[in-house]
Design a protein around this ligand. Structure first.
Ligand SMILES: [Mn+2]
Length: 287
């Protein structure tokens, strides 16, 4: 048996994973208390980190080894309820941003994004949000909780005035009234081909925070989510879009949420690879 890699994102040696030297910090947030259907996304961050230890760390597309910038994995954040969650996440993210690092939040259910977006918005007041998801998440409230995971984009609207939602293919009629506040690129439009990537890029501000709900991907390649939806994006479509965004915009932070691990490890590995790929794209031209 080969020696097991250390338990951090990428399975990195101390030389590339110490906090002080790392340009990148991974913040796992283990929270799934408002999930509508299948719970279990609190175990998502750990599954992503576990799978990431088996990745090969040279990215062929960019010709880089982004781990050399240093990737530190922080201790998991836990919370009792949504109010408590937002404060804990935003305080922690603010602290890491103050230290000059690039922050990646791993969920957990989608409501974990809120605290991260609030903290980033304080540092980057002009930023917009690229929202990748099967669901609009535009409900004003769900099951009596305005911070339910089904409401996260409605809450983001209170802080950010530019949102582009891509891959949406499931919503409630009550969400239509908030629809005029976002640039929506539904999944059926993507399937018809055309200029959807250009539309997404043109709708974005220069500074972009990306929130990736993994159910944006087709449930065939990403079955491990709390609410899987057929008809989603394929891997290469998603990576192509993210490549264009990183080429044309300044990505200030991102999160990857809603992994609900099962015995099938392929989706955990996909999520780990997505995080690493996005970092490879973002740090391509950065010192
Ligand atoms: Mn979703």
């Amino acid at each position: 048996m080969p020696h097991p890699a250390p338990f951090n994102f990428g399975g990195l040696s101390p030389a590339f994973s110490g906090y002080a030297e790392s340009k990148i910090a991974i913040l796992p947030v283990a929270f799934d208390k408002t999930s509508s259907w299948m719970q279990g996304s609190r175990r998502g961050p750990k599954a992503i980190i576990d799978a990431s230890r088996f990745m090969e760390l040279y990215d062929m597309e960019t010709g880089t080894q982004v781990f050399q910038k240093g990737i530190h994995t922080l201790k998991q954040v836990r919370a009792r309820n949504s109010g408590n969650l937002n404060k804990k996440v935003s305080d922690k993210v603010a602290e890491i941003l103050d230290d000059g690092k690039f922050v990646v939040v791993l969920g957990g259910e989608h409501s974990v994004s809120m605290g991260s977006i609030i903290a980033h918005q304080r540092i980057f007041p002009e930023m917009g949000v690229l929202h990748l998801d099967a669901h609009a998440d535009l409900r004003d409230s769900f099951e009596g909780n305005p911070y339910n995971h089904a409401c996260v984009i409605a809450r983001v609207m209170d802080y950010v005035n530019s949102i582009v939602s891509v891959g949406i293919r499931s919503m409630d009629i009550s969400e239509l009234e908030n629809l005029n506040q976002v640039t929506m690129i539904p999944a059926h439009e993507i399937d018809q081909g055309g200029q959807w990537m250009e539309r997404a890029i043109n709708g974005l501000k220069d500074e972009v925070y990306i929130t990736v709900d993994l159910d944006v991907l087709d449930s065939g390649i990403m079955p491990s989510t709390g609410t899987p939806e057929p008809g989603g994006l394929q891997w290469n479509q998603l990576i192509h879009l993210l490549g264009l965004v990183s080429e044309h915009k300044n990505i200030v932070g991102f999160d990857v949420v809603e992994l609900c691990p099962s015995r099938n490890k392929a989706p955990d590995y996909l999520a780990a690879k997505l995080v690493y790929k996005l970092l490879s794209l973002i740090f391509l031209d950065r010192k």
